[in-house]
Design a binder for this molecule. Structure first.
Ligand code: GAL
Length: 645
């Protein structure tokens, strides 16, 4: 099922019917509208103009399209900002964020929450039961443009209240944070500031609680809208569109209130901005790194508890990355099939037509500003035709789980300890290595049940909850932990028994010292008599058991295991990770296979899909007797192939 993002308010009304007819003829089912239209819905305080949206909804509905209606709260209009200036967010340097783009609100502002309650109620009352409205998107991209953490007076007060709830007494807070250090002790809750504008770094425990607070504010903000829409718009699904590589709030928690997780997939911009070598960026500049969309598909399938969409799919060059090349021919089709193979219910393109005005005038759409179809349009046309002949099955459970934790990202960005240490890059390297071995992966939060998996990867998990320990203990899988796992308590202290804290029991290992290394300090790692390399991070282990699997150049243990629990004490690179995972997968009874660098597989229902982001064709591993439903078994560059029994 396909869809598109559309802005009727950007185009002459005389065009709408023709646009809707062409969407339908292209094979689209869903159209998302309205998420930035507050100034058109309520041009002045309390004066509503519904006429245009009534007609737009009718036009789209009459053409047979189903509408996802956005609540317009990401773009409060000028009159509202001027009348409630305390709703503006304040950045880390203490400067208020100005009007003139979007997302200029503070999640903790009661006055803004009241305005949101008002507009969502109005829109919900008017359209909640409209026959064309299939579902809702709350707001737009929480966290985009660095907007989760705000440093205003509302947040300061809100944080103080939040801290009282969490710690109970000031003694407990002073103790938990270790405020005796540098005379940071508080005598009154009102003394607690936000952790910005300090001379040097603030207390990491202070930061972590602030990050948790800011994340909770997003959950509460979203919940306010959800509660209204559930009542005003029964039987419609509720979704939010999350982003790529944005981790400033706990997406799992926001999603608990929603029906569908959706995300906005811009593989070329993400590749341009991500922690990848220049060579890798050059290689995948026009295709996107082969794991970048896939990683998020697997993450959001889990965030949405199985129900997820791509709400915005890149259709051509975008405007916001450092560089904005054109996708290689075929990529819009490949990205669509890839999302569907990972289990997406719907792939919706951003946007129907390129706008000739304002901030995103350089962002392609399916149609050009002169109304003619653009390149992406024809790829969607082809994909829609093909979809009619390819059956869609259930996604099922993968054999490999990878544990992903928003809090881990907060801890490691607050205290990287080595400048280049990045949680996102580290997790992505583990994900990429296991995907190169041909496996489907479920990305799960810590504490989720791990039953049924053969192999569990935990790239790192600094704070290990009791629930997480129980889940590790309960699975029969081979479980591989990476460095810095169990290295902090919930209050951001070093565990009393030293890292890996509660995991010592499973692993029989104690970390007595850690080192971070500059990128040019690459050292040897030996495993099975073969040389590999370690970089950025290594740990000194005390290990009493016998399972020393790999050693550093100085013969200290680098990889140890106790039964099915494994601990890797360093950051390493793809050759080691792939060899190690291959052996773990074999020990777990799985059949790894080596894919070409840009080749990937993904199963859905009885079908296996093969994708190719390499410049050379690839012969897919189609078993004898299988029935090809897409392609001929040789996957061309930017091509897709699929087969089933
Ligand atoms: C998304 C956003 C859209 C549009 C798009 C451009 O982040 O939700 O409104 O800005 O990016 O690529």
């Amino acid at each position: 099922m396909l869809g598109v993002c559309y802005y009727p308010e950007h185009w002459p009304e005389a065009r709408w019917a023709e646009d809707a007819r062409r969407m339908k003829a292209l094979g689209l089912t869903y159209v998302r509208i309205g998420e930035f239209a507050w100034s058109r819905l309520e041009p002045r305080s309390g004066q509503f103009d519904w006429g245009w949206l009534d007609r737009a909804l009718d036009t789209l509905g009459n053409a047979g399209l189903r509408v996802v209606l956005g609540t317009p709260t990401a773009t409060p209009p000028k009159w509202l900002v001027d009348s409630t200036p305390r709703m503006l967010a304040v950045d880390r340097d203490g400067k208020p964020r100005g009007f003139g783009s979007r997302r200029h609100y503070c999640f903790s502002s009661d006055t803004y929450a009241e305005q949101c309650r008002r507009i969502v109620t109005q829109v919900g009352e008017r359209y909640g039961k409209h026959p064309a409205v299939a579902g809702w998107q709350t707001d737009n991209e929480y966290g985009c443009h660095d907007t989760v953490r705000c440093y205003c007076a509302n947040c300061r007060e809100g944080f103080q209240t939040w801290l009282q709830r969490r710690h109970g007494t000031l003694d407990a807070l002073n103790q938990a944070w270790g405020n005796v250090f540098w005379s940071m002790e508080y005598q009154d809750w009102s003394e607690v500031e936000l952790p910005n504008l300090t001379v040097t770094e603030a207390n990491p425990a202070h930061w972590l609680d602030f990050y948790r607070f800011a994340s909770d504010q997003v959950v509460a903000f979203n919940r306010l809208q959800v509660e209204l829409l559930r009542r005003l718009s029964p039987d419609r699904f509720l979704a939010h569109n999350y982003m790529g590589f944005i981790t400033d709030f706990d997406h799992f928690r926001v999603a608990e209130d929603l029906d569908v997780a959706s995300w906005d997939s811009y593989p070329l911009g993400f590749t341009d901005h991500f922690y990848l070598s220049d060579d890798t960026k050059r290689r995948y500049a026009r295709t996107g790194h082969p794991d970048i969309a896939a990683f998020h598909h697997d993450l959001y399938r889990s965030v949405g508890r199985g129900r997820w969409w791509v709400m915005e799919q890149q259709p051509g060059p975008v405007n916001w990355a450092w560089h904005n090349p054109s996708p290689a021919p075929g990529m819009v089709r490949l990205w669509t099939w890839e999302a569907l193979a990972h289990g997406a219910e719907v792939v919706s393109y951003f946007r129907w037509r390129q706008a000739p005005f304002a901030q995103e005038q350089m962002h392609a759409g399916l149609n050009r500003p002169d109304y003619a179809p653009d390149v992406g349009f024809f790829e969607v046309e082809q994909t829609a035709r093909e979809m009619a002949t390819v059956p869609r099955g259930d996604t099922g459970r993968a054999s490999v789980a990878l544990v992903f934790d928003y809090e881990a990202e907060w801890v490691l960005s607050i205290q990287p300890q080595g400048r280049e240490f990045s949680y996102k890059a580290h997790v992505f390297e583990w994900y990429s290595a296991i995907r190169r071995l041909g496996f489907d992966v479920d990305i799960v939060p810590p504490g989720a049940s791990l039953e049924g998996y053969a192999l569990v990867l935990v790239p790192t998990l600094p704070i290990v909850s009791d629930a997480a320990v129980r889940a590790f203990e309960a699975t029969d899988a081979q479980v591989a932990f990476g460095p810095r796992s169990g290295s902090k308590t919930a209050h951001f202290q070093i565990p009393q028994n030293l890292p890996p804290g509660p995991l010592q029991r499973l692993l029989g290992v104690k970390v007595t010292r850690v080192e971070s290394l500059a990128p040019n300090l690459v050292e040897e790692l030996r495993w099975n008599a073969r040389p590999y390399s370690t970089r950025l991070w290594r740990e000194h282990l005390e290990f009493s058991g016998t399972g020393i699997q790999a050693q550093f150049g100085d013969h200290r243990p680098a990889l140890v295991n106790t039964g099915r629990f494994h601990y890797l004490a360093c950051v390493t690179d793809a050759p080691f990770l792939m060899d190690w995972f291959e052996s773990l997968a074999s020990a777990a009874g799985l059949q790894p296979m080596r894919l070409p660098e840009g080749g990937r597989l993904r199963r859905r229902g009885g079908l296996t899909f093969a994708f190719n982001s390499d410049p050379e064709s690839w012969k897919a591993p189609v078993p004898p007797g299988a029935r090809l439903v897409l392609g001929d078994g040789v996957v061309p560059p930017q091509g897709v192939c699929a087969w089933g029994p």
